[in-house]
Design a protein. Structure first.
Length: 271
């Protein structure tokens, strides 16, 4: 576990979690203080250190403990009745009507939130857009200058505490209705075409070489589309989903949507 900004008292409370209730005022105070650190960006659930995704287990424990020690309360509107309130602080963030985020999520200044949803523990970097009907799941980490297109689903993860969340690195583009779940990773500058499904077990291949790459990872600056590979079973041959890397962008192309569209058209894929 990386160095945590969150008090080690959370670890002690975690060991006592079976006995905790909303009546435990001292425990509730510690948990609220911990989640406040996530809400203000002082702490975060995970981050890329070198080439690795390093998880702050204490942060995830604080989130899980919040469901134990916070009471159910009525929100500011008649449709909200929950233990976790909605986020209220969006300094430097453009929030379009219909966007919702839970307390304990954080957005760096310069983020644009269209009507969308971000769960507790989610983190979105400066210059990124969470487009209409996109969702950022619990503890998902989204880098800077990322575009999550309309209807994108970024999966969440809370348990077990040591499990790595989905990580979308800087300058990535996630095409409309794509889903990135189960701790999958989109590396810096990668572009996913519309409708790509990327899970931790998804097989990834290079179109030009046929080489298989790391499962569940869209490589840096790779232009990726959803595809299938044929596998034989006793009942016949069936196409199983995979992700296909069409090509790699040059450094100067990392956020050129026109170049991305041209590559997709070149391969007969609608942008």
């Amino acid at each position: 576990m990386t160095d945590s900004a969150i008090s080690p008292l959370i670890d002690e409370l975690w060991d006592q979690r079976g006995d905790l209730t909303p009546d435990d005022a001292d425990a509730r105070r510690e948990v609220v203080a911990a989640v406040d650190l996530l809400d203000t960006g002082v702490a975060r659930v995970a981050q890329v250190v070198g080439d690795d995704v390093v998880v702050d287990e204490r942060a995830k424990r604080a989130i899980l403990l919040s469901f134990k020690v916070l009471p159910m309360v009525q929100g500011s509107d008649p449709f909200t009745h929950d233990r976790i309130p909605l986020k209220t602080t969006f300094d430097g963030v453009r929030v379009v009507a219909g966007a919702l985020a839970r307390w304990g999520s954080y957005f760096e200044p310069g983020v644009v939130l269209m009507p969308s949803y971000t769960n507790i523990g989610g983190y979105v970097g400066a210059g990124s857009m969470v487009d209409t009907w996109a969702t950022v799941g619990s503890c998902a980490q989204v880098g800077r200058n990322v575009h999550l297109s309309g209807g994108v689903g970024i999966g969440g993860v809370l348990e077990p505490p040591q499990a790595a969340p989905v990580v979308i690195e800087d300058d990535a583009f996630i095409g409309s209705r794509s889903m990135v779940v189960e701790g999958a990773r989109v590396r810096a500058g990668a572009k996913l075409g519309a409708g790509v499904i990327l899970t931790s077990s998804t097989r990834v291949f290079e179109a030009e070489t046929g080489k298989e790459l790391d499962r569940g990872v869209a490589p840096a600056r790779a232009v990726c589309v959803g595809s299938t590979r044929v596998k034989s079973f006793e009942g016949g041959d069936f196409g199983l989903p995979c992700v296909l890397v069409l090509r790699y962008l040059e450094e100067g192309q990392v956020h050129d949507k026109l170049a991305l569209n041209e590559i997709l058209r070149e391969h007969g894929v609608a942008p």
